[in-house]
Design a protein around this ligand. Sequence first.
Ligand SMILES: Cc1cc2nc3c(=O)[nH]c(=O)nc-3n(C[C@H](O)[C@H](O)[C@H](O)COP(=O)(O)O)c2cc1C
Length: 168
Amino acid sequence: MQTPTYMTDTKLFRKCLGKYATGIAVVTCRDNNGLPYGRTINSFSSVSLEPPLVLWSLSKKAHSLNEFIEAKYFAINVLSTRQRNLSEHFSSSNDKNFNNIDYILFNNNAPILVDNLATFHCKAHDIYSCGDHFIIIGEVTYCASAKQYPLIFFNSKYTKVDESADKI
Ligand SMILES: Cc1cc2nc3c(=O)[nH]c(=O)nc-3n(C[C@H](O)[C@H](O)[C@H](O)COP(=O)(O)O)c2cc1C
């Protein structure tokens, strides 16, 4: 068997990726029957300003893979420090439902969580298969933000912005 040319130390790869501090979002959609789905992600990123495009990557092993792949609309709910419980809820394998989770529907599209730091309503634009993930691109149809602090993920842990950091 041929030795792979790429780095095979997954533990080191994860550790190094963890040094890139990110925000946390919950991506939401609904299936053909109107059932809501949510998934905690930190792979959210901007792609283009004109037209406004964003991306996130979806594990090919996700339980709700088909729902997210087939969704015509999805929403990116960027979480604030007050919404850590939502990140924990939507990152657990067996607790994905929306029981006891408040959300709003605009134009019957994707569920919008309450008290988001920022919200992006997206129309599915493109999907690319890449390694063990799909890259999902969305065209932003509406966005909004609030004056809160971001929930941060760094070194595999939740943290918050150090307000003294603006003095660096
Ligand atoms: C901080 C954090 C970031 C995550 N980012 C992603 C992501 O970008 N894409 C993804 O598919 N899963 C991501 N996950 C994993 C899913 O949220 C988690 O594995 C999933 O909800 C478990 O359900 P599953 O059994 O369907 O995979 C992340 C989890 C956490 C805690």
